[in-house]
Design a protein around this ligand. Structure first.
Ligand code: 5AD
Ligand code: SF4
Length: 473
């Protein structure tokens, strides 16, 4: 048993990051463990976690398990969790209640949790006390050890916990079962060293480790060969890509080399305003296959709060960058993340946030109420904004954000835009759905033949969250 340790998770040393190309090992006897058995993996959280879920599924299939769509049908249930806010935690604990019932009915099913919550010391302590029936727990650093962890849990019939609190290495040979045949996620870096005071990610995912460009480019070329149209380069802070490598190679170089593979669409998330260089902007404007879409988290419009958050920029420098982006990439859409109710946020600080939203008129924004995370500096600050005030602020902010989303979308009316058609709309299967280059959701009528294609669509109807259009050939 290896349990997580917050003090270790906080550490950053100059220890060299090892690139391990043979670390994922599947012994022959483990390959048959899942024969005739079904698995269900539920993933919460960000795209990084979704992508981890794709790795986990591929590993389980290497062990001969077959995927099913509901936990009721499954012999193995795994929750791939997120720790970013309290409600992410609550969802998982709620779901565990349901799994417990199933386990009581069918004691032979195997149940586990992994992901960011599993990296938290407090969560694992709770699991050991209150969720003794869970069979296994592993973290974000040892996904490649799943076959061994799972087999130990099955053989020993006792709770197997293996969560490493380490700065982390890079494992290059983990298989992947991609959710889409047309668009793919590619990790370009792991972890984060920014340590924004509210954020748990640096503790759950370790130090910043950039993947070597050769591995990334090889993955892009392979995906292109397989017919993929779109890739998204993933990292907690992609602009800082390469800073930890011992070669002189930065995000702008990676963007250029990926663009030169001629894959049709390149996206990247998430950008931190701190490391967004002019060179990066130039590369985005130079290559038409780098999509004009930038997610640029603001978090707050108050300099006092930004300082308390440890964001390393002011509202003035954020605005400067924003305006530069709009000037050099006029067609681009820019979205953001905003937190309200951070400790010490006064009405005036909140008005500063509204001000900047009024200036930037974001295409859309993800908005959150501050949620204290155990172990982060902000969790120790006095959480002095009353709950109902936080909710009021969120509501006011959302109203404004939605107004600008709608305004931004109205500009698309009657325009012709390229859309990568991904499949049928989940909401209404009469429609196909896809995204524009600027990441706007579009529903169109059409037949199967356009799925996986980038088609020109005339926008006929515009709403706050999506648009309707017709394919023009
Ligand atoms: N409370 C509320 N929101 C948070 N985020 C990250 N940590 C917290 C927290 N403790 C938000 C930030 C980030 C997004 C992914 O989640 O806005 O950009
Ligand atoms: Fe959630 Fe952050 Fe972990 Fe992603 S990295 S799963 S957002 S806690």
């Amino acid at each position: 048993m290896i349990i997580p340790n917050l003090t270790e998770a906080k550490k950053r040393t100059s220890k060299e990051v090892l690139v391990k190309t043979n670390e994922y090992i599947m012994e022959n006897e483990l390959k048959k463990i899942g024969q005739g058995k079904k698995y269900f993996v539920k993933t919460y959280g960000c795209q990084m976690n979704e992508h981890d879920g794709e790795n986990i599924k591929a590993i389980l299939e290497d062990m001969s398990f077959t995927e099913v769509g509901t936990m009721e049908e499954a012999d193995l249930i795994l929750l791939n969790t997120c720790a970013i806010r309290e409600n992410a935690h609550n969802k998982v604990f709620g779901y565990l209640g349901r799994i417990k019932h199933l386990k009581e009915e069918r004691p032979n099913i195997i149940t586990g949790i992994c992901g960011c919550m599993a990296q938290e010391e407090v969560v694992v302590e709770e699991i050991m006390k209150k969720y003794k029936w869970l069979d296994f727990v592993f973290g974000t650093h040892n996904i490649h050890k799943l076959p061994q962890i799972l087999s130990t849990a099955i053989v020993r019939k006792q709770q197997e916990i293996e969560v490493m609190s380490v700065e982390g290495d890079i494992v290059e040979n983990i298989p992947v079962k991609r959710a889409s045949k047309y668009k793919a996620w590619i990790n370009i870096m792991y972890g984060c060293d920014k340590f924004c005071t509210y954020c748990i990610v640096p503790y759950t995912r370790g130090k910043q480790r950039s993947r070597h460009p050769e591995y990334i480019l090889e993955e892009v070329r392979q995906l292109k060969k397989e017919g993929y149209k779109e890739i998204t380069l993933l990292g907690q802070n992609v602009n800082a890509y390469g800073k930890d490598l011992n070669i002189d190679y930065k995000m702008e170089d990676l963007l250029e080399d990926v663009a030169k593979t001629k894959i049709e669409r390149i996206r990247f998330v998430t950008s931190h305003p701190w490391d967004f260089t002019d060179d990066m902007i130039n590369k985005i404007s130079k290559y038409p296959n780098i999509m004009p879409y930038i997610h640029l988290p603001l978090q707050s419009g108050s300099n006092k709060i930004l300082k308390l958050m440890g964001r390393r920029y002011t509202k003035e420098t954020y605005l400067e960058l924003f305006q530069k982006l709009k000037q050099k990439l006029p067609y681009s859409s820019i979205t953001t993340d905003i937190i309200v109710g951070f400790p010490g946020e006064t009405q005036e600080d909140f008005e500063d946030t509204l001000d900047i939203v009024n200036t930037c008129k974001f295409d859309s924004a993800f908005t959150f109420i501050f949620s204290p995370r155990v172990g982060t500096p902000a969790a120790k600050m006095k959480d002095d904004v009353p709950e109902d005030e936080k909710r009021k602020r969120l509501q006011r902010l959302n109203q404004l954000v939605n107004q600008y989303s709608n305004e931004a979308n109205q500009k698309y009316f009657n325009k012709i835009v390229p859309v990568l058609i991904e499949g049928y709309s989940e909401k209404d299967s009469k429609y196909l759905m896809g995204y524009t280059d600027t990441m706007k959701l579009v529903n169109v009528k059409g037949d199967d033949s356009v799925i996986g294609q980038i088609v020109n669509v005339r926008i006929t109807d515009v709403k706050t969250w999506s648009m309707n259009g017709e394919i023009i050939q």
